[in-house]
Design a protein around this ligand. Structure first.
Ligand code: NAI
Length: 328
């Protein structure tokens, strides 16, 4: 039998945690033959709720789940971790300025980065879901100097999946007919969902749509503001779809992306496409041999250039703000 993979989930008692843990334990994160050991990290006030979720996990009798530990201590949570899903974050509350938000999250992601640096397994892979995800990932990564920088990623797979679904609806095709869609930049309202390199049954997606007005005034804003639309409709933010995207992100990372396609993930920039080196920005990526690599050589027209630059400028601002706060 295989040794279990250690998967740590922070914010385990939250909404996304509740949708995520059962799918990890049932084999969707890594594959149907990989046993997992779960570590749940929560703040002290939420440990009891996490224990309740753990009771339900027990009650599922998942054959692949080889154990659950619950803790409020980051060092314990990340000791020996192979896959770290950083979901817990400080939400923006009324009257909170961006600086306050970044500072509060720095207080979470700095110690978590340090704990990963101190105790994680050599093959650790980190996905940050908690917002502002790209910058939280940057903070954690900067405090884990012994871990290769490319092991820190942030989630734009939900945006990617949302874009797939909107495009499929528009063209009356299924999501599996669509390849090579890209989310560029920040996981925020400035993100740029790019159809110009996407293919629908082998045809260029932008040409298949042939409607620049729809692309600019419906598609892009619908994808970028979908989170707000879900809150408006459901009275709570996306949880099951966010958990599903986290599963997709890690599954693709570990098991590879299909030949002839790519996906989107926020990864450390190597300067590709003019994105400043070191920023954690969303790119078209393929995964091979357990590594995400940025797809190279795409031609970027003026429309796409302006959209990518605007989102990247926001990431630069966030990085400069956390620098000014002494968080990195
Ligand atoms: P939630 O508020 O239901 O749960 C968050 C949990 O994190 C709470 O149980 C809280 O106790 C815990 N937590 C807070 N600080 C912690 C710490 N230092 N260590 C461990 N746990 C801690 O929130 P929900 O709905 O589960 O969302 C989680 C995060 O994911 C939010 O930041 C949200 O904005 C973000 N998100 C990101 C998406 C993306 O596409 N990247 C999509 C949807 C949500």
């Amino acid at each position: 039998t295989r040794t279990p993979v250690n998967v740590t989930v922070t914010g385990a008692a939250g909404q996304i945690g509740y949708a995520l843990l059962f799918r990890i334990a049932s084999g969707h994160l890594l594959g149907p033959d990989v046993p997992v050991r779960l570590r749940l990290l929560e703040i002290p006030q939420a440990v009891k709720a996490a224990e309740g979720t753990a009771m339900e996990l027990d009650d599922c009798a998942f054959p692949l789940l080889s154990g659950i530990d619950i803790t409020d201590d980051a060092k314990t949570a990340f000791d020996g971790v192979n896959i770290a899903l950083l979901v817990g974050a400080r939400p923006r509350t009324k009257g909170m300025e961006r600086g306050d938000l970044l500072e509060a999250n720095g207080g979470i992601f700095k110690p978590q980065g340090e704990a990963i640096n101190a105790g994680a397994a050599d093959d650790v892979r980190v996905l940050v879901v908690g917002n502002p995800a790209n910058t939280n990932a940057l903070i954690a990564q900067q405090h884990a100097p012994d871990v290769p920088a490319e092991r820190f990623t942030a989630m734009t797979r939900l945006d990617h999946n949302r874009a797939l679904s909107q495009l499929a609806k528009k063209l009356g095709v299924t999501v599996s007919d669509i390849k090579k869609l890209t989310i560029w930049g920040n996981h925020s309202a400035t993100q740029y969902p790019d159809l110009f390199h996407a293919e629908v049954n082998g045809q260029n997606a932008a040409q298949a749509v042939n409607d620049q007005e729809w692309l600019e005034n419906t598609f892009i804003p619908t994808v970028a503001k979908r989170g707000a639309a879900i809150i408006e409709a459901r009275g709570a933010s996306s949880a099951a779809s966010a958990a599903n995207a986290a599963i997709d992100h890690v599954y693709s990372w570990v098991n590879g992306t299909p030949e002839g396609d790519w996906t989107s993930a926020a990864v450390v920039s190597d300067g590709s496409y003019g994105v400043p080196e070191g920023l954690i920005s969303s790119f078209p990526v393929v995964s091979k041999d357990g590594r995400y690599e940025i797809v190279q050589g795409l031609e970027i027209d003026d429309f796409s250039r302006a959209r990518i630059d605007a989102s990247v400028a926001e990431l630069v601002e966030e990085r400069d703000a956390v620098r000014a706060l002494g968080l990195i």
